[in-house]
Design a protein around this ligand. Structure first.
Ligand SMILES: [Zn+2]
Length: 85
């Protein structure tokens, strides 16, 4: 957990903090080159009450800097990729 996450969890009520962490853990950024998924939470980010699939420039350990697609993993969804893929 990094400084941003500690700060947010320190100022919000405990139940809200747990909800923020739970939802943030569902979001991943996916490399378009090799398909590697990086957890937003594990990368030190927070994503809560968000929608859509924005793109973020991130460094992939295999491909280098790439525009990753940020997507939410649904817990009951067998196919993590959006239908347009
Ligand atoms: Zn990659």
């Amino acid at each position: 957990m990094n400084g941003l996450q500690r700060f947010v969890l320190a100022i919000v009520p405990r139940r809200l903090g747990q909800a923020i962490e739970k939802e943030s853990r569902l979001w991943v950024s996916v490399c378009p080159g090799c398909g590697q998924e990086t957890s937003i939470w594990e990368a030190g980010g927070i994503r809560y009450l968000a929608a859509g699939n924005p793109r973020r420039l991130r460094r992939c350990p295999n491909c280098g800097p790439r525009w990753h697609v940020v997507m939410k993993k649904e817990e009951s969804n067998a196919d993590p990729l959006p239908s347009k893929w």
